[in-house]
Design a protein around this ligand. Structure first.
Ligand SMILES: [Zn+2]
Ligand SMILES: [Zn+2]
Length: 645
């Protein structure tokens, strides 16, 4: 009996009988792997006999590739169901995307939410039939015959032919789709899926091409994973910052202004200012000096900093003025370097910490802009710390502590640090100063350890000019996002000739720059805050902190008297004296997420008190106004996350 040698991804070699299938081998390697196996990377088939020495990789849903095979197979299943239900639909492409998968169809009919239900049902029927999914290798002419009448597939076939790529298709039952593969072996494995939405699309994403209809979906091997995911989507929708921002009148957008340019409304402006004032005060205490710099600068500045050409794609086109060519500012750093250089510096100036809520402009494509998360103009909680080599450790530690303190105030605890290091084997990507890299990386690692913060290392992810620390957030809806970055920079000292006179009055040009923006940009940070609190902002941040509800007209005078009292403490307060019912007014104030709803009627007027309802929906009757205000002021001063009596 002849044997074959199979090499696994870890390099180990196993011997098997000729004719064994990848599925059998997966079980031989481990029971769990066998059960979870979706597809094998030899010839993409689990059940086909293997007769020669091969390398084998079993893909499961836990691998990115395995997950993609699973979801893409669900896209085929979707197309299969759609052509059965709508025979005139022409399937085009069905790729995997971050939120699951989609399939684009050319079809006269407009898909409705009811259609999605019907399509899902048909998909389940196809799953029950457990069709084998078979690969077909095709010549150009065979492929063109099979996909006759579908100009999209014909276009793809011609492209594949021109690029000398093999042409293949996959068959399940009567449905054949042009595809490179791989696919899972049978439709029976696709049990848990959901079609999530319909959207318009264009062939190849080009507005000049045919308009198509796109159906999005998501799938998982287990129903409980799907349920969990759907629940998360529902929560994400409820917490969507665009929806809440609109409802609470925080910001708006206008077609006349353009995409990615949010307009802050009075209430949003209050939130922005509160955050900014908080940062200004905290950073003043931490020894930062505040500046403000222009939104435009000459091309020469960005040539000096290297943003042109390296960052040019993210900058807006050049403006030709009568005295030279200008750019909108994309980064605050070059301006701050000029401030460092505006006079001779000595060791006494160091460390010099220059801060600014700087407005920057980024040239993003209109298609990727979204709410406050991807914008074209942003205000950054920026600062640059200029220090000597010996001061790096202390300054870096101060920044880490500031970050931790900031996030504690805002009630964020789901985050970790990611230390991005250089890769000594890839010298093209990094500034060639090995000693500085070693030194700086050691310092950063030491400080992170010393301060007991959770961190992971990422080799080769540093900036060109030095190591950096990213602060990675896990959002309430499960996404991981970079909230902010701390970078150490050894390049600026050369580019901008940064220097100082040391204790012996000798010129020293070893000036290191720390770039940091713990509160990210106003745009990103507020989007995050809204989502985190589902709009129920802490008292100190709330645009309207107190609303007084009058039970009947005759208590308006008392209500206004309370308002005056509240205003004396610099609180943001309004009176609702409309002749609506109290329960209606309460519901409306709750929808506006107002942290303190005070109700006044006969008893309250007589006793000189108010009834208080808080964001956690607790109600306190007959509360003395002075007692309440004392606690409110305290809560705001301490920037507490919650308020209850
Ligand atoms: Zn496919
Ligand atoms: Zn910077």
């Amino acid at each position: 009996m002849s044997k074959i040698k199979i090499t696994l991804p870890d390099g180990s070699i196993r011997e098997y009988k000729k004719g064994i299938t990848a599925g059998e081998m997966a079980f031989d390697i481990g029971k769990k792997l066998g059960e979870d196996a979706l597809v094998a990377k030899i010839n993409d088939r689990l059940k086909v006999p293997i007769n020669e020495d091969s390398t084998l990789q079993i893909l499961t849903f836990q691998n990115k590739e395995g997950l993609e095979v699973f979801r893409h197979s669900t896209a085929h299943l979707l197309a299969h169901a759609v052509v059965e239900l709508f025979p005139d639909a022409k399937p085009t492409i069905g790729p995997v995307v971050e939120e699951g998968f989609y399939y684009d169809f050319d079809i006269e009919h407009h898909f409705t939410p009811e259609d999605l239900g019907k399509i899902e049902q048909r998909m389940h029927e196809i799953v029950k039939k457990d069709y084998k999914v078979e690969r077909m290798e095709l010549s150009e002419s065979e492929a063109k015959r099979i996909f006759k009448g579908n100009q999209y597939k014909i276009e793809l076939i011609e492209e594949f032919h021109k690029e000398k790529q093999p042409i293949s298709a996959y068959r399940q039952g009567d449905f054949i789709d042009l595809c490179r593969g791989p696919h899972i072996p049978s439709t029976g494995e696709l049990k848990s899926f959901k079609l999530t939405k319909v959207a318009g699309a264009y062939w190849k994403g080009n507005q000049k091409n045919e308009q198509l209809q796109r159906i999005y979906g998501i799938s998982f091997p287990e129903k409980k994973e799907l349920d969990k995911h759907l629940q998360m989507l529902e929560e994400a929708e409820k917490r969507d910052h665009k929806k809440i921002g609109r409802e609470l009148e925080l910001f708006m957008t206008s077609e006349l202004v353009g995409k990615g340019l949010p307009i802050w409304l009075p209430k949003g402006e209050i939130v922005k200012r509160e955050i900014e004032n908080f940062a200004i005060e905290a950073e003043r205490k931490a020894g930062y000096l505040r500046v403000s710099t222009p939104h435009l600068a000459k091309k020469e500045l960005y040539l000096k900093s290297g943003h042109i050409p390296y960052f040019q794609d993210s900058m807006y086109p050049e403006m030709h003025l009568d005295d030279g060519n200008y750019y909108l500012k994309a980064m605050n750093c070059p301006h701050h370097h000029l401030i460092y250089n505006h006079k001779a510096r000595s060791y006494r100036d160091m460390p010099l910490r220059i801060s600014e809520y700087g407005t920057c402009y980024r040239n993003e494509l209109s298609g990727v802009l979204s709410g406050l998360l991807r914008v074209r103009m942003l205000s950054m909680n920026d600062a640059h710390i200029y220090c000597t080599k010996e001061q790096i450790e202390q300054e870096f530690e101060n920044v880490i502590k500031l970050v931790v303190d900031y996030y504690k105030i805002f009630g964020f605890d789901e985050y970790h640090f990611r230390l991005s290091l250089w890769d000594p084997n890839n010298k093209d990507k990094f500034l060639d100063e090995p000693e500085n890299w070693e030194f700086a990386q050691n310092v950063l690692t030491m400080v992170l350890k010393k301060n007991n913060v959770k961190f992971v290392e990422a080799t080769g992810e540093a900036a060109f000019y030095g190591p950096k620390v990213d602060i990675q957030f896990k959002t309430v809806t499960g996404r991981e996002e970079t909230m902010s970055t701390i970078q150490l920079d050894f390049a600026a000292k050369t580019k901008f000739e940064l220097k100082y006179a040391d204790r012996d009055n000798k010129e020293n040009n070893e000036v290191y720059v720390i770039h940091r923006a713990p509160l990210s940009t106003h745009e990103r940070f507020i989007a995050f805050l809204i989502e985190h609190y589902a709009g129920k902002l802490p008292l100190w941040l709330a645009p309207v902190q107190v609303r007084i509800l009058i039970v009947a007209d005759r208590f308006e005078k008392y209500g206004n008297k309370i308002k005056e009292e509240v205003e004396k403490h610099n609180l943001r307060v309004e009176v609702d004296s409309r002749t609506e019912s109290v329960s209606y007014k309460v519901r409306e104030a709750q929808a506006q997420k107002i942290p303190l709803i005070l109700t006044v009627g006969e008893k309250e007027e007589k006793n000189g008190t108010v009834a208080v309802r808080t964001l956690s929906n607790k109600v306190y009757f007959d509360v003395k106004v002075d007692d309440l205000l004392k606690k409110v002021v305290e809560n705001i001063e301490e920037k507490k996350i919650k308020f209850d009596l």
